[in-house]
Write a protein that binds this ligand. Structure first.
Ligand code: HEM
Length: 402
């Protein structure tokens, strides 16, 4: 890309303080002037910020777009974009190495398997509500509900001991932080990778009824085993993606519903539809996903050259008025509620989306049924929002009832 003028807008742009659920105000202005405009990234390169829904889908569906910088390393200072992609890094691999891995993982995420987890998730939600409500009327919804539920579910699914949660929760918050230095990111990766390597070595000897033991067994049976390096990287991706995103969605959705009490009945009446609208409205993968053009390509009105970077702005696409009339409104009665791109689109579309949906549906409906008088215990203005993490959310959510 030609050297950008000094007035090139810089990422990351943060969400407006007045409405912390909206995309950055600058996205709207840029998008109106030019739906694919140039931005400067902290990782050191310039990229095309793609804001229009149709263009975002076209970029994500294009097989000539490489994912080697995915999901959002453009906004981190530890990007390492010149380094080779690590084997097993499902989100960053392209072509055949990606589809080989994706097929193996998808085989474990069938609708049947996820539905089988629903009863486990329901019990988990109820047990956490029992524990929370046994206390004298106040709690931090993040610590006591939103974070432990997806963490326990992903541990159960992958066969990771929940007792180790503090280690992986700390490392994964560093991995999704835009403020972490390259050294901090590397250290978090090394620690998590070391922990998982030990776990998988054990599973090879003592297989259990969990996703990784099944993948190891399947590899042995089909003559296409995953190396330890692949298993570790895949484990890391699933562990981080599997709890950070859903935990932030549960807490942020609760906050939105506390602010819109008139909408809660719609959530309880049709949870599946409501969860889709919350996913669209909140778009927690807040800095979008990065792609690298391997060929010259036309994106909307913009001619993009091979070698250039693009940021598919999922939050902007999810507020595109062409597809979502009154896009800035939370509306649980929209037509085509699943048309959003909060889970991405195309070859890398989220593998855990069914699981995330079940977790969100069960967590939100059970919370508001059991605690109809739930309220925020502090003014909204005093809440800390995660403007500096790849996955948007709220740091703490003090709540009260009774
Ligand atoms: C509300 C919750 C979630 C959101 C918003 C979300 C969002 C996303 C997005 C936007 C992508 C596409 C990245 C790209 O195209 O570069 C993605 C991919 C992925 N997600 Fe999720 N995710 C969620 C939950 C989960 C869960 C629960 C898991 C695992 C259990 C998971 C595992 C993955 C994996 C493995 C990929 C990479 C797929 C591939 O590259 O083929 N996600 N997710």
């Amino acid at each position: 890309m030609t050297a950008a003028a000094s007035d090139t807008p810089a990422l990351p742009m943060t969400r407006p303080a007045g409405c912390p659920y909206d995309p950055p105000a600058e996205y709207g202005a840029l998008g109106t002037a030019d739906p694919t405009s140039q931005v400067r990234c902290p990782a050191g390169m310039d990229a095309w910020l793609v804001t229009r829904y149709a263009d975002v889908r076209a970029v994500l569906a294009d097989p000539t777009m490489s994912s080697r910088g995915a999901a959002s390393v453009h906004v981190t200072r530890r990007a390492g974009l010149d380094e080779p992609v690590r084997p097993g890094s499902i989100i960053q691999l392209d072509g055949e190495p990606h589809s080989r891995l994706r097929k193996m993982v998808l085989a474990q995420f069938t609708v049947r398997r996820v539905e089988a987890l629903r009863t486990y998730i329901q019990d988990l939600v109820e047990n956490h509500l029992d524990a929370m409500l046994a206390r004298p009327g106040e709690a931090d919804l993040v610590r006591d509900f939103a974070l432990p539920i997806p963490s326990l579910v992903i541990c159960q699914l992958l066969g990771v001991p929940y007792a180790d949660r503090e280690r992986f929760q700390q490392q994964s918050s560093l991995l999704v932080s835009t403020d972490a230095t390259r050294e901090q990111g590397q250290q978090a990766y090394d620690e998590l990778a070391g922990f998982l390597a030990g776990l998988f070595a054990d599973k090879q000897q003592n297989p259990q009824d969990d996703l990784f033991s099944r993948m190891i067994a399947r590899g042995a049976a089909t003559g296409d085993p995953l190396s330890l390096e692949e298993l570790v990287m895949l484990g890391l991706s699933l562990l981080v993606a599997g709890h950070e995103t859903t935990a932030n969605m549960i807490a942020l959705s609760t906050l939105v519903l506390l602010e819109h009490p008139e909408q809660r009945d719609a959530v309880l009446a049709a949870p599946a539809r409501a969860v889709e609208e919350l996913l669209r409205y909140l778009s927690v993968v807040q800095f979008g996903v990065l792609r690298h053009a391997t060929e010259d390509v036309q994106v909307g009105d913009r001619a993009v050259k091979a070698g250039e970077w693009l940021v598919a702005a999922l939050n902007s696409a999810n507020r595109d008025e062409e597809l979502f009339p009154a896009a800035d409104e939370l509306d649980f009665h929209r037509e085509s509620p699943r048309a959003h791109v909060a889970f991405g689109y195309g070859a890398h579309q989220c593998i855990g989306q069914q699981l995330a949906r079940v977790e969100l549906q069960e967590a939100l409906t059970r919370l508001f049924r059991r605690v109809p008088d739930l309220r925020l215990a502090v003014p909204r203005e005093s809440l800390g929002f995660k403007h500096n993490t790849l996955v948007y959310g709220v740091r703490e959510l003090p709540i009260a009832w009774g």
